[in-house]
Design a protein around this ligand. Structure first.
Ligand code: ATP
Ligand code: MG
Length: 416
């Protein structure tokens, strides 16, 4: 039956991978908290409008990647969230949070985009992200980039990643640049890919981001944003760069870096790796000062980033991320099972991770203890139990000793 396979572009996350996912999330959440970003959550689906308005009618996400379906009762349409920022912005407006700025949020969860599935690209994937609302100063940009860098380093990926940085300027600069781009690309109109031709007048900046080989060649000689920045945008970017320099954070300027979404202004950045093939961006973000107004909310500057958990988890693949090693409780035979159940229960309540050997002879139960990677086994034999003791075996060294039941908690502390 075909339907027993997960839907194309979705995957099961089995425990070994889940452990890496959790390592990524925990690391990001802990460091985000250290920087003052508190966790929150928004719904997994929102009114389609929330994404349509914010991401822009010409973005890839809105034109072809959204999972949208009608909701009967409301005669309305909802969309599974393709990213986190629009929902956070909607929540900021719905909850009238403008009195509380600056607001610093962390989130984590699934996102949905109807893309062509490939390594590092799924239709349901997961992100962690942060948003800083109400801070217009370059200090905010610097802090949020430093946090991204800190998390990637804490995950042990310092050598695997590099930071690319660009500015998209303020709306005035952007509009001047846009005009220059339209003029430049118009000369190549018949040579551009179909997608790019479609973007020529609607959103020429997006052509800079084209993955088409031929487009890329044309893009090489396109005008650079740097030449169209007004003084204010140039100063802003210089301050961001100076802040990063002061912290010793290395970056490469990439004037072709544009973000896939329409709402970005000023700083945009990506942390990339060469270890994942074509899907090399692991954490990306930027400033979105115009977003709240686009949504009909109070003008509020904002900046944030999101990181792909699957891609980060793939980078951790070689790394052993161990859970707690349990203590195995092994009744020698059926007659000791009741005592084993009792002891297991007691130890779990004392805070130990415990695996109980459910069935079989002693050999089979010991095998299971090894299979769950137990640190030690407690073997409950008839004669030991009769003296109120059990056999404690260190499964790493093979050493064995008899331990009185009432001294067990203390003795086991070394095996926690
Ligand atoms: P890309 O250029 O790879 O399509 P994007 O610009 O669409 O990325 P963002 O919207 O910035 O990505 O999302 C931030 C991060 O989320 C990406 O850097 C990536 O790590 C992850 N991500 C985005 N789309 C997917 C996907 N379909 N599958 C897995 N991870 C994804
Ligand atoms: Mg994309």
């Amino acid at each position: 039956m075909r339907s027993l396979q997960p839907v194309r572009g979705t995957r099961d996350i089995l425990p070994d991978e889940m452990r890496r996912h959790r390592a990524v999330i925990n690391c990001a959440r802990n460091l985000a908290e250290r920087y003052g970003y508190r966790e929150m959550a928004t719904p997994i689906f929102e009114s389609t409008e929330v994404f349509q308005r914010t991401l822009g009618d010409t973005s890839d996400i809105v034109t072809k990647e959204m999972y949208t379906f009608p909701v009967r009762e409301e005669g309305d349409s909802v969309t599974l969230r393709p990213e986190g920022t629009a929902g956070v912005a909607r929540a900021y407006i719905s909850n009238s949070l403008q009195q509380q700025v600056p607001i610093k949020y962390f989130y984590s969860g699934p996102m949905f985009r109807h893309e062509r599935p490939q390594k590092g690209r799924q239709r349901q994937f997961h992100q962690v992200g942060v948003e800083l609302l109400g801070v217009a100063q370059p200090l905010g940009d610097v802090e949020i980039i430093a946090l991204g860098d800190h998390i990637l380093r804490a995950l042990g990926l310092g050598d695997a990643i590099k930071l690319e940085l660009n500015t998209l300027g303020d709306p005035e600069s952007r509009s001047a640049y846009r005009t220059a781009l339209v003029e430049y690309f118009s000369a190549y109109e018949d040579k551009l890919s179909e997608d790019s031709r479609g973007r020529l007048h609607r959103n020429p900046l997006r052509i800079l981001d084209s993955k088409d080989e031929n487009d890329r060649r044309i893009v090489e000689n396109a005008p650079a944003f740097g030449d169209y920045l007004n003084d204010q945008s140039r100063d802003f970017f210089a301050e961001v760069c100076a802040g990063l320099d002061a912290l010793g954070l290395e970056y490469a300027l990439n004037s072709r870096l544009v973000r896939g979404l329409d709402y970005y202004t000023h700083t945009c950045f990506e942390f990339t790796t060469t270890r994942l093939g074509a899907q090399g961006t692991v954490l990306a973000g930027g400033r979105y000062d115009g977003l709240m107004e686009t949504m009909g909310g109070p003008a509020t500057p904002g900046i944030g980033w999101a990181a792909g958990i699957e891609r980060l988890s793939m980078l951790l693949e070689g790394q052993a991320i161990e859970g707690p090693r349990p203590i195995a409780v092994v009744p020698a035979a059926r007659a000791q099972e009741a005592a084993a159940l009792h002891l297991t229960h007691d130890l779990r309540h004392k805070g130990f991770a415990v695996e109980l050997g459910y069935s079989g002879n002693l050999g089979k139960r010991m095998k299971r203890a090894n299979k769950v990677n137990a640190r030690a086994a407690l073997i409950l034999g008839e004669s030991e139990l009769a003296q109120g003791s059990v056999t404690l075996r260190d499964l790493d060294t093979g050493e064995q000793e008899l331990v009185a039941l009432d001294a067990l908690g203390e003795r086991l502390a070394a095996f926690r």
